[in-house]
Design a protein around this ligand. Structure first.
Ligand code: VG1
Ligand code: CO
Length: 546
């Protein structure tokens, strides 16, 4: 036997955030750091003993080292077998699909999603359970608790020596390991959900053009297989389609600021009809029409209004869910269609129980995340196929679809303002100070104009398992009908990011062309004033406006 037990001692900072444990590569490279966390996962998630584990990620720097360590530790801890994506690649939604299709016990995803990669970038580890979704909070808390009492870990003495570049079966210390095509299961699933003939007709009509920006992340191979091979989009439709360990120095975050290549193409005079981008691990999506950006909250509402017409969903949509900071546009669609509508804390893990219980079939977040009950993760390419289905059926432009939606339901002007790179202390002080003053905020005038009418801190009790989560963002309602939400990011790896989400509904179609910036200007100022943002952070302006 060449299985050994190495002595270790706990790290205090291994509490998973919004989406797994994210740290800099430098932090992950410390001796015993990754090992401790993986041992905590293996100790906590006993279903892995004798069970199948799916392993892979967005291919970012440090992936190969991590895969070797995880294979050796899986073998040493009695995992039944491991299926690894070829080249260590697996998009987040594809891991979810593969866990479900193959009845695996769980999956380990190696990704820090939209965070930068490379030796100076970030790395991340996330555990997904047998339903294919991110481990829910009771599990992540148990993993964290275990990480605080780790005093050793089990590992094979030898390296795993698995050739990740070739599909095939091998073993590590008696544990079967199979390198598999990470695209196959996912691709088959998409063909089951969508009307591929209709999509082929659209893409081959000669009157429709599109571009998909994979942002050097993991989605490239998936998008090429599905859009170009299966649906007949011309070669070259997928840009930045080669996964790169450092995302070619870009931040793989699909928003108008970071997806520059795509935005540049979509605003040219000869722009294609449809554009989309996804993030490093393939779970986010940005939708853009010709000269027309689709706000993610609107995208969710539009998809909700059309989901029932897509083959995989016909006659079986009964509920939708959105994260709390996501605009309420989808709520009105739900009301009109008689769907149940749920509001959950930020993070996909909070949708899992609702999906498992078949209470909702569609979920979304303002942060460019949309997906359905086909997996238990958000799914960038799925959202693209949903949009293509809507366009194929209506033969309208993206802009016409969204404008039609607004005239039917009203428009929710929406914007998120991030204050990145604050110190942890600044972020926490700002939130604590606001929390302390919550009871007195209502009614006080602001120099900017809008008055707070109501203020609270969001908490959530899961309607399925009764688990309660508190401190999920401070909400302010204003007398001009606007809403603001303030919360700290739980995915960063240094300092703090304050997110301020603003929205205001406008029912009057004559005002739907107003500039978002102008509509939200006074409420943005009122929030800054009420939360004392400048006084506490020293910042006059946000560093990122989406
Ligand atoms: C952010 C988003 C949240 C999303 C999470 C993970 O979290 O706001 O909606 O679920 O990222 O997405 P936070 O705590 O930083 O606001 V991904 O694509 O990074 O896995
Ligand atoms: Co992601």
């Amino acid at each position: 036997m060449t299985i050994i037990e190495e002595v270790s001692s706990p790290f205090e900072d291994q509490r998973p955030g919004t989406s797994g444990l994210r740290k800099t590569v430098e932090q992950f490279s410390q001796p015993r750091y990754l090992e401790n966390f993986i041992q905590a996962v293996l100790d906590t998630c006993t279903e892995l003993r004798g069970g199948t584990l799916i392993l892979g990620g967005d291919g970012r720097y440090y992936t190969e080292t991590a895969i070797d360590t995880i294979l050796r530790m899986a073998a040493a801890n009695g995992v039944g077998r491991v299926l690894v994506g070829r080249d260590g690649l697996f998009s987040t939604p594809a891991v979810s699909a593969t866990i479900r299709r193959r009845g695996a016990a769980g999956g380990i995803l190696l990704t820090a999603s939209h965070n930068p990669g490379g030796p100076d970038g970030d790395f991340g580890v996330k555990y997904n359970i047998a339903n294919g979704g991110p481990a829910p909070e009771p599990v992540t808390e148990a993993i964290y608790a275990r990480s605080l009492e780790i005093h050793g870990y089990h590992i094979t003495q030898e390296h795993a020596e698995v050739d990740l570049s070739r599909e095939g079966a091998t073993e590590v210390e008696g544990m079967p390991v199979e390198v598999i095509d990470p695209v196959a299961d996912y691709r088959a699933l998409m063909a089951e959900l969508f009307d591929f003939d209709a999509l082929r007709a659209l893409l081959g009509s000669g009157t429709f053009s599109m571009v998909f920006d994979a942002m050097h992340g993991v989605t490239g191979p998936y998008a090429r297989a599905i859009l170009e091979e299966d649906l007949g989009a011309p070669r070259g439709t997928v840009i930045n389609g080669e996964p790169k360990p450092d995302f070619a120095g870009c931040q793989p975050d699909p928003n108008p600021v970071h997806a520059r290549d795509l935005m540049e193409r979509m605003y040219r005079h000869d722009a294609p009809d449809f554009g989309a981008a996804s993030d490093g691990d393939g779970d986010r999506n940005m939708i853009v029409g010709r000269h027309f950006f689709v706000n993610p909250s609107d995208s969710l509402a539009v998809i909700a209004d059309h989901l029932d017409a897509i083959p995989g969903y016909r006659g079986r949509v009964s509920g939708v869910a959105r994260s709390m900071p996501t605009s309420r546009a989808v709520d009105r669609v739900a009301e009109a269609r008689g769907y149940e509508c749920f509001e959950t804390p930020t993070g996909w893990k909070f949708f899992g129980n609702l999906l498992d219980a078949d209470r909702v079939q569609l979920c979304g977040e303002e942060s460019f995340g949309t997906s359905s009950d086909h997996v238990r993760e958000k799914d960038g390419l799925w959202a693209v196929l949903a949009w293509l289905s809507i366009l194929a059926a209506s033969r309208e432009s993206v802009e016409a679809v969204v404008r039609g939606h607004w005239s039917r339901y009203g428009r929710d002007f929406y914007s998120r303002r991030d204050y990145e790179g604050l110190t942890r202390e600044q972020g926490e002080r700002l939130m604590a100070h606001l929390r302390d003053r919550l009871p007195g905020l209502a009614g006080a005038p602001t120099a900017a104009g809008p008055r707070v009418t109501e203020a609270d801190e969001f908490g959530y009790t899961d309607p399925i398992d009764g688990h309660t989560t508190t401190g999920q963002g401070i909400r302010l309602w204003f007398d001009n009908g606007a809403r603001a939400v303030l919360r700290l990011s739980g995915t960063g790896t240094a300092g703090a990011t304050l997110r301020i989400y603003l929205e205001k509904r406008e029912g009057d179609p004559l005002r739907h062309n107003d500039e978002c910036r102008d509509v939200l200007k006074d409420v943005a100022e009122a929030v800054r004033e009420v939360a004392e943002v400048t006084a506490i952070t020293g910042r006059k302006e946000p560093s990122l406006v989406v």
